[in-house]
Design a protein around this ligand. Structure first.
Ligand SMILES: O=C(O)CCC(=O)C(=O)O
Length: 311
């Protein structure tokens, strides 16, 4: 697998590997659940209705074209390298909320197909958080490695993250990476689990910080020190990865030679019978993990804002 860049450095072959495909397990959900338990994730190819995913892509990129960030035709997802978002939509949080709640996008993230897939994984009816992360990632963008659990552990006993490719995402466009075997790094997971479960909000904040600091010395150094690999793939429209809150993940750097903006969305699901009243994730105005709602997301900043500011 070629062309992976992480933190501006080429990822050596021995540190990069392919995500294991589990699409064929869909005919026997028990094997799907076994694959999830074994790997900490499942990669499902071509499982979401392509016309719906394409409609979501067009809808989101049209909104970004309106503020001067994406070229026509919008489906290509090519950056203009500039932005008028601050002038045209000065309330950046409100703008990002409205894009994140676009109806075609929500048909994909909250529609029957994804609900069905997660239901197979839980072996029980599933329901999504209302709050989600839409990620148009321009060249230079990357997400540092982290575990999701401290950010999304609410009243539910288990959450999973559904990461959906809203278009083709080759490795050079900086797709999702999963750290192989990271759902078994008990020395890292144990402290996060106990801090996040504590009723002390300060401990919860510390757990969130800690979840992002685990690879502070550098992604490649981290992978090497753990004798593990970063797993990814060339994603296509309609592909989904569903992973556990205790599976470490992040992304490669987008270094698209076309200046293509990588578009994905991630949304958390839980069992439908469990409480869905955490104001951070549910309701018409979810607060988000840090309390600033959609305004706290990196994507609420105009595309092209320097990387250090978007962190
Ligand atoms: O898409 C990315 O860059 C990171 C995704 C992520 O952190 C997540 O799905 O929780």
């Amino acid at each position: 697998m070629l062309d992976g860049i992480s933190q501006q450095r080429p990822v050596p072959d021995e540190l990069l590997g392919p995500l294991a495909e589990a699409t064929s397990c869909l005919i026997n959900p028990e094997t799907l659940r076994r694959s999830f338990a074994e790997h900490g994730y499942v990669l499902l190819r071509d499982v979401l209705p392509r016309d719906e995913v394409l409609a979501a892509r067009s809808e989101v990129f049209s909104r970004l074209a309106e503020v001067g960030e994406i070229q026509q035709p919008v489906e290509a997802g090519l950056s203009t390298g500039t932005s008028h978002r601050r002038e045209l939509a000065p309330d950046l949080g409100a703008f990002w909320k409205s894009v994140s709640e676009s109806p075609a996008l929500r048909r994909v993230t909250h529609g029957p197909r994804l609900r069905e897939l997660v239901g197979l994984l839980f072996d029980a009816p599933a329901r999504p958080h209302d709050y989600l992360f839409l990620r148009p990632a321009p060249v230079g963008n990357a997400t540092n490695l982290h575990y999701d659990y401290p950010f999304f552990a609410g009243g539910a006993s288990q959450i999973v993250t559904c990461w959906l490719a809203l278009g083709e995402i080759p490795v050079c466009d900086g797709p999702l990476v999963v750290v192989e075997h990271s759902h078994r790094f008990e020395d890292l997971i144990g402290p996060i689990r106990s801090a996040a479960l504590s009723s002390d909000p300060e401990a919860f904040g510390v757990a969130q910080e800690a979840a992002y600091q685990l690879s502070a010395a550098g992604t490649l150094e981290f992978a090497r020190s753990r004798q593990t690999r970063l797993l990814t793939t060339h994603f296509q429209l309609g592909d989904a990865v569903i992973f556990s809150g205790f599976t470490m993940h992040g992304s490669l750097d987008n270094h698209s030679p076309l200046a293509r903006v990588r578009l994905s969305v991630d949304v958390r699901y839980q069992r439908a019978v469990e409480p869905a009243d955490d104001p951070r994730f549910f309701g018409p105005h979810p607060l988000g993990a840090k309390g600033a709602s959609y305004g706290e997301q990196k994507a609420a900043q105009p595309l092209g804002t320097p990387w250090a500011v978007r962190q």
